[in-house]
Design a protein around this ligand. Structure first.
Ligand code: NAP
Length: 259
């Protein structure tokens, strides 16, 4: 790559809204986007954790605005967008990253657990993206929406029925929105991460069974959170201006042979 292309990966002057920014992948992407010049809106339920992420960003000279938000509450999403748009500006980049996993086989999965998984992993992305797109269209601005799906949205494993179905639905929503929003200059893509050790799965990967599993998958290891940052910046920034409707696996080839 020539040095003149590198500025296209920056997000100076842009506002990036990251859901699930209080830990794990969301926190790391928010920190990376701030380092790339964006003002980041940090959305999640745990206020103390959002403040800690914001403090780290501010200490690095970046800009962050924490917003305590339950993404399963559509009225709260609309209200948060109103407040951020008025106080900070129109949001240019969305990362729908908030997610939960409650591993369970179909016959043992309760309706409540199934519905909660879909509400957090799928419906919230629909609601957040819709609020963002309406405002971008009204402002006549382009935008980029990034949904965090999963390798389990591409293939399945025993015990992840609701989670895998919610992520596959999110992948199809990504394609649908890409098709409908392209006329407004709004791109919609997804990252499909393989395994990354976060609060969601750390207890399992600390076990012998978890370590054995990691040795068996194609990359032979979990990903490092920073390995998601380059792909996310490509999708978020002008460097990816003609990338649209794509589900990009970031998994060391795990999806090629799902185990
Ligand atoms: N780690 C992996 O191996 C992996 C692989 C593929 C895909 N993913 C996906 O990556 C995303 C991030 O997961 P992670 O691994 O970073 O796990 P994590 O550390 O547990 O992060 C999950 C985030 O989602 C937020 N969240 C959950 N429910 C929410 C709600 N109702 N409203 C607002 N925020 C909510 C949590 O914040 P609060 O609790 O503060 O609200 C937290 O910040 C998820 O969508 C997950 O499915 C992860």
């Amino acid at each position: 790559m020539t040095a003149s292309l590198l500025p296209n990966f920056r997000l100076d002057g842009k506002i990036a809204w990251v859901t699930g920014a209080s830990s794990g992948i969301g926190a790391r992407l928010a920190e990376g986007f701030a380092a790339a010049g964006a003002t980041v809106v940090l959305a999640a339920r745990r206020a103390d954790r959002l403040q800690a992420v914001a403090a780290r960003i501010h200490a690095q000279g970046g800009h962050a605005v924490p917003v305590v938000l339950d993404v399963t509450d559509p009225a709260a999403i609309a209200d948060a967008f109103d407040r951020i748009t008025a106080g900070t500006g129109t949001v240019d980049v969305i990362v729908n990253n908030a997610g939960i996993a409650a591993p369970s086989v179909v016959l043992k999965t309760s309706a409540a657990s199934r519905d909660a998984t879909f509400a957090t992993n799928f419906t919230s992305a629909w609601d957040v993206s819709t609020e963002a797109a309406k405002r971008l269209i009204a402002a006549g601005r382009p935008g980029s929406i990034i949904n965090i799906t999963s390798v389990l949205g591409l293939g399945v494993g025993v015990g992840y029925s609701a989670y895998a179905a919610s992520k596959a639905a999110l992948a199809q929503l990504t394609r649908s929105m890409a098709l409908e929003f392209v006329r407004y200059g709004i791109r919609v893509n997804a990252l499909a991460p393989g395994w990354f050790v976060t609060e969601m799965n750390a207890p399992f990967f600390a076990t012998t069974e978890g370590q054995d599993y990691l040795r068996k998958i194609p990359p032979g290891r979990a990903g490092e959170l920073d390995e998601l940052l380059g792909p996310a910046l490509l999708l978020a920034s002008d460097a990816g201006s003609f990338v649209n409707g794509v589900i990009l696996p970031v998994d060391g080839a795990h999806h090629v042979a799902l185990v």
